[in-house]
Ligand binder design. Structure first.
Ligand SMILES: [Zn+2]
Length: 68
């Protein structure tokens, strides 16, 4: 998807993109369900982190999500 991705902890390039359904609670206490929350998982040190690109993606998904 995108180049030059390294784990910020161990500099590994063994990174997996993980997409999951995730539910967040917003400031109003409402649950926001996201079908495609995306993050990166380092296979070396198991760090989970969100890249800037994924953060934007997640913001869009979050905006699409509706309170249930
Ligand atoms: Zn790592």
């Amino acid at each position: 998807m995108s180049q030059n991705k390294y784990c910020p902890i161990c500099d590994s390039q063994e990174l997996q993109i993980v997409t999951i359904a995730e539910t967040f609670t917003n400031r109003a206490g409402e649950e926001i369900k996201m079908d495609n929350y995306e993050y990166t998982l380092c296979s070396e040190c198991d760090l989970e982190f969100v890249t800037a690109k994924q953060a934007r993606h997640n913001e869009e998904e979050y905006a699409k999500g509706s309170p249930r």
